[in-house]
Ligand binder design. Structure first.
Ligand code: NAD
Ligand code: ZN
Length: 350
């Protein structure tokens, strides 16, 4: 098999050939059809996350070991199965649930493996899908595509799933207005999902007019370019000067969170999703006085991924796939995403 590995932080990916692994027990060998290129792969490439104030959270301190094959948005065809696999058969096209947990902690026990205390996520803590074959440790993490386009399905394992979890959290206070910050891979999914599962008016915020135009096509009722110094006033006036009920921030950096807090109405709900990072000083008294909620959202669980595949099968959500790369072009794929050249999602077709 051929795989693209990150040798270490900020080093170019290297392509290497090794023997195909042989699945045993519950394991499954997939021939990768399509692999989504996610901004989180960039954080892995850069070695970590910006914590603000000059601090950096290294992925190696979270348990990542280089060299590692990135890629957690994996769609493939089943090539070979272990002797204990019965829920899928050779030839099935499947989407992998990559947010695997230990199976024993309180989160795993209630089916939220994505929030596991000792995560084993693919493309992060174990090798992922920037490869032509990938070994999945247990067939219970697979979901059949049953008609969903393979390229589009990739993003349902991460960007779509995360957006789904986040929008569900934003929809808990019967919102009249939801602000979605960031119209990238996650944000555009967020716009489509919010149009489908909420009754709110959607206001999308980004720095890039082309991305905002796409957000409008996907269902955003209003768009605001945050390069504009009047961004807060513009959002407030759209929300009848009361403010937004929920803000979902798919960037989550100091300027976007400041804007989010400034436009949040009383009883509002701020859902932080992006990992751009940084830090912020909070005016503490306004939090109880306005009784606002600030919460995080991290990926999603297996059942939500299956629900999302159902929405895609019905055609109610259509992930935007704007660019396709070969495995040999893995470095360009990541660099183009870093340079903000990708609209929606790019995929690697090995
Ligand atoms: P992306 O690069 O496709 O999109 C980011 C978007 O944000 C772009 O459209 C960009 O123009 C916009 N943007 C950047 N800075 C901005 C600013 N200051 N104001 C307004 N808009 C701004 O990235 P993505 O794949 O959508 O991922 C977004 C973030 O979410 C990344 O940090 C990624 O690692 C993270 N992520 C989080 C989870 C989770 O579970 N919490 C899961 C997947 C990805
Ligand atoms: Zn991702």
């Amino acid at each position: 098999m051929k795989s693209a590995k990150i040798p270490g932080p900020n080093e170019p990916l290297t392509i290497s050939e090794t023997e195909n692994p042989k699945p045993s027990g519950t394991q499954v060998l997939l021939k990768v059809k399509s692999e989504g290129v996610c901004h989180s792969d960039l954080h892995l490439w850069e070695g970590g996350y910006d914590l603000g104030d000059g601090q950096f959270l290294k992925v190696t301190d979270r348990g990542v070991k280089y060299p590692v094959t990135p890629g957690h948005e994996i769609v493939g065809t089943i090539e070979e199965i272990g002797e204990n696999v019965s829920n899928v058969t050779v030839g099935d096209d499947v989407l992998v649930f990559p947010w695997m947990g230990c199976g024993e902690c309180p989160a795993c026990k209630v089916g939220n493996e994505n929030l596991c205390d000792a995560p084993k996520s693919m493309g992060l803590f174990q090798n992922g899908g920037y490869a032509d074959y990938v070994l999945v440790p247990n067939s219970k993490y697979l979901a059949k595509l049953d008609g969903v386009d393979p390229d589009a399905a990739t993003s349902l394992a991460c960007s779509g799933l995360t957006a789904y979890t986040a929008i569900k959290k934003a929809n808990q206070n019967s919102p009249e207005f939801i602000v979605i910050v960031g119209a990238g891979g996650l944000g555009l999914m967020g716009v489509q999902i919010a149009s489908e599962i909420t009754n709110a008016k959607i206001i999308c915020v980004d720095l890039d007019d082309a991305k905002l135009a796409t957000a409008k096509e996907m269902g955003a009722h209003f768009t605001v370019n945050s390069k504009d110094s009047e961004t807060v006033q513009k959002i407030m006036s759209i929300c009848n000067d009361k403010g937004a009920d929920s803000v979902v921030d798919f960037v989550n950096a100091p300027p976007t969170v400041k804007t989010g807090l400034a436009v949040l109405r009383k009883r509002g709900n701020l859902v932080l999703v992006g990992l751009f990072g940084g830090s912020l000083e909070l005016s503490l008294v306004t939090i109880p006085l306005k009784s606002i909620t600030i919460q995080g959202a991290y990926t999603g669980n297996y059942n939500d991924m299956v629900e999302l595949l159902g929405l895609a099968r019905k055609g109610t959500i259509n992930p935007v796939i704007s660019k396709r790369y070969s495995l040999d072009e893995a470095n360009s794929a990541l660099q183009d995403l870093k340079d903000r050249k990708i609209l929606g999602r790019a995929v690697i077709n090995p």
